[in-house]
Design a protein around this ligand. Structure first.
Ligand SMILES: Nc1ncnc2c1ncn2[C@@H]1O[C@H](COP(=O)(O)OP(=O)(O)OP(=O)(O)O)[C@@H](O)[C@H]1O
Ligand SMILES: [Mg+2]
Length: 454
C-alpha cells in the first residue's frame, strides 16, 4: 500500500483484548496510519476529548462501558470520526443497532487485519469527502456578500447549476458570452467552488499582448531565446501547475499558439520558447471569450480540434436584454440600500437593451450615484441615451427605420442605433464611446465592425 496516502489517516483502536490491540497497532502503523489505542470505553472517550481521529475501530463487547455506549457519545460530536464496530459471533443484532446509531461499518471477530484495513481506508475516504464538502459550503457562505452573482431568471439559474457541476471537475471549461455578461465572475466562481480552490488562479488576457509576448508569457522561455531574453523564465502554465489558468479573451489567440495550447490540453506537455526539452504540467484551463467560437471555427479562424478540447464543459452567458427580469435585482445590488430609485427609473432601465450588458448597467448606476442629489436616483441621472430609449428617440429614430414594421422593434437595430448615436455623441472618439457604453475598446471595435459604422 502507498504509505504516503495513508500517513494522514488517524486511527484509534478500542478493544479490551490486549493481543488483538497489539497486533492491530503494529500492523496499521506499518501500513502507515497514525495509530492510538485504548483498552476500554472510558479511556477511549478520554483520548477522543483530547484530539480528533478519522476512524475509530470499536469493540462492541467490553467490560465497563459497552461499545454501543461509546458510539452514542462519539456521534454527538459535530464532525465525528467514522466508527467501525467489531462484533463477536451472535451479536449481529447489536451490530445492526450500531449501524442505525451511525456506525460506518461492522466486522465480525476475529477480524482479518487486511479486511479491517480496507474498511478503514473506505471510511477515511468518506470522511475526507465529507470534510471537503463542508469546506466548500464554508467557502460559498463566506464569499456570499461581495462575490455572489445576481440572477433569479431561469437562464441565470441554469448558469448557476452549470457552474456547480463544472466546479466539481477539473476538465477544461469554455465560457462564452457578450462583453460584460459576467464571464470573469463565472470563471472565478468555478475556481472558488472547485477542488483546486486553495491552489492559485493565474489569469492571462490574450487580447492584451502581442503574439510573441503572449507565447513566452504562457509557455516561458529559455535564456537567449530571443533578443531581450537575458534570463530563463517560467511561463504562466508552469506557475499555475497544480492549479488553474484563466485564459481570458481566448478567441483572440493566434493559430500558432492554438496548436501549442492544444498540446498542453491533450497531454499536459509544453516546451518553453527556445527550448528543446518538453515538460509536463497539470493545469486546469478555464477559457472565456466574447466571440462565437463555433462561428469562428466555421469561418476557419479557430482550430476545430482546440474548440472541441476546450469546450468539454461549456457555459453560455445570456445577454442582459434576454433576461430583463434580473435587472431590478442587479440595480438594487449596484445601488445598495443607501439609494432610493425613483419611479420610472426602473422601467427605463428594464426597457433599455444594454449592449454592454451588466457592466454597462453597473457603470450607469455608479454614474447616477455620483450625479444624484440626496439619496434618490432620478431619471435625469441616467445617461441620456438610456433615458430616452423608451420615450422620444426610439420612436423618432425608428419610425424612419425599416426595422419597425407594424410596431415591432428589432433589438439588433435598436442596438445598432444606440451604438451609432453614442459614437456620434462622443464625436467619434472611440475611447469615450467605449466608456459611455460601458464596454471595452475591443468590444466597441467589434460592434462598429458588425454594424458597419465608421
Ligand atoms: N450576475 C451578476 N451579478 C452581479 N454582478 C455581475 C453579474 N454579471 C456581471 N457582473 C458585474 O459586471 C461586470 C462585468 O463582469 P465581467 O468582467 O465578469 O464580464 P465579462 O463577460 O468578463 O466582460 P468582458 O467580455 O468585457 O471581459 C463586473 O463588474 C461584474 O462584477
Ligand atoms: Mg472579462
Amino acid at each position: 500500500m502507498d504509505s504516503d496516502l495513508h500517513s494522514k489517516i488517524e486511527l484509534l483502536i478500542v478493544d479490551d483484548e490486549a493481543d488483538f490491540r497489539d497486533q492491530a497497532v503494529l500492523y496499521f502503523r506499518r501500513v502507515g496510519f497514525s495509530v492510538e489505542q485504548a483498552e476500554d470505553g472510558e479511556e477511549a472517550l478520554n483520548i477522543l476529548r483530547q484530539r480528533t481521529f478519522d476512524v475509530v475501530v470499536l469493540d462492541i463487547h467490553m467490560s465497563g462501558l459497552s461499545g454501543v455506549t461509546v458510539l452514542k457519545e462519539i456521534v454527538k460530536n459535530e464532525t465525528p470520526p467514522k466508527v467501525i464496530m467489531l462484533t463477536g459471533g451472535g451479536t449481529i443484532r447489536h451490530a445492526v443497532d450500531a449501524m442505525k446509531l451511525g456506525a460506518y461499518d461492522f466486522l465480525t471477530k476475529p477480524a482479518k487485519l487486511d479486511e479491517l484495513g480496507r474498511s478503514i481506508f473506505r471510511a477515511s475516504q468518506t470522511r475526507l469527502l465529507e470534510k471537503e464538502n463542508r469546506q466548500l459550503k464554508e467557502v460559498l457562505k463566506r464569499s456570499e456578500p461581495d462575490h455572489q452573482m445576481v440572477g433569479a431568471s431561469p437562464q441565470m439559474q441554469e448558469v448557476f447549476r452549470l457552474i456547480e457541476r463544472t466546479a466539481n471537475s477539473t476538465q477544461p471549461v469554455l465560457i462564452q458570452g457578450e462583453s460584460g455578461t459576467g464571464k470573469e465572475l463565472v470563471a472565478r466562481a468555478i475556481h472558488r467552488l472547485g477542488p483546486l480552490a486553495d491552489k492559485p488562479l493565474v489569469v492571462v488576457n490574450c487580447a492584451a499582448l502581442a503574439e510573441s509576448l503572449l507565447e513566452s508569457e504562457l509557455f516561458g522561455h529559455e535564456k537567449g531565446a530571443f533578443t531581450g531574453a537575458v534570463a530563463a523564465k517560467p511561463g504562466l502554465f508552469e506557475i499555475a501547475d497544480g492549479g488553474t489558468l484563466f485564459v481570458d479573451e481566448f478567441g483572440e489567440m493566434s493559430s500558432g499558439l492554438q496548436v501549442k495550447l492544444l498540446r498542453v490540453l491533450q497531454d499536459g506537455t509544453l516546451r518553453r520558447v527556445g527550448s528543446v526539452t518538453e515538460q509536463k504540467v497539470d493545469v486546469r484551463v478555464i477559457a472565456a471569450t466574447n466571440r462565437d467560437l463555433e462561428h469562428e471555427v466555421a469561418e476557419k479562424r479557430f482550430r476545430e480540434d482546440l474548440f472541441y478540447r476546450i469546450n468539454v464543459l461549456g457555459i453560455q452567458l445570456p445577454p442582459l436584454r434576454q433576461r430583463e427580469g434580473d435587472i431590478p435585482e442587479l440595480v438594487r445590488r449596484f445601488a445598495n440600500s443607501d439609494w432610493k430609485i425613483s419611479d420610472g427609473v426602473m422601467e427605463c432601465l428594464i426597457a433599455y437593451s444594454w449592449p454592454g450588458n451588466v457592466r454597462q448597467l453597473q457603470n450607469a448606476i455608479e454614474r447616477a450615484k455620483v450625479l444624484a442629489e440626496e439619496d434618490q436616483i432620478e431619471l435625469k441621472n441616467l445617461p441620456p441615451v438610456i433615458q430616452s430609449i423608451p420615450i422620444i428617440q426610439t420612436t423618432e429614430m425608428l419610425s424612419a427605420s425599416p426595422a419597425v414594421s407594424a410596431g415591432r422593434i428589432d433589438l439588433e437595430t435598436l442596438n445598432r442605433l444606440h451604438v451609432e448615436e453614442t459614437f456620434l455623441a462622443c464625436d467619434r472618439n472611440k475611447t469615450r464611446t467605449a466608456r459611455a457604453l460601458g464596454i471595452n475598446r475591443r468590444s466597441l471595435y467589434r460592434l462598429l465592425e458588425k454594424f458597419e459604422i465608421d
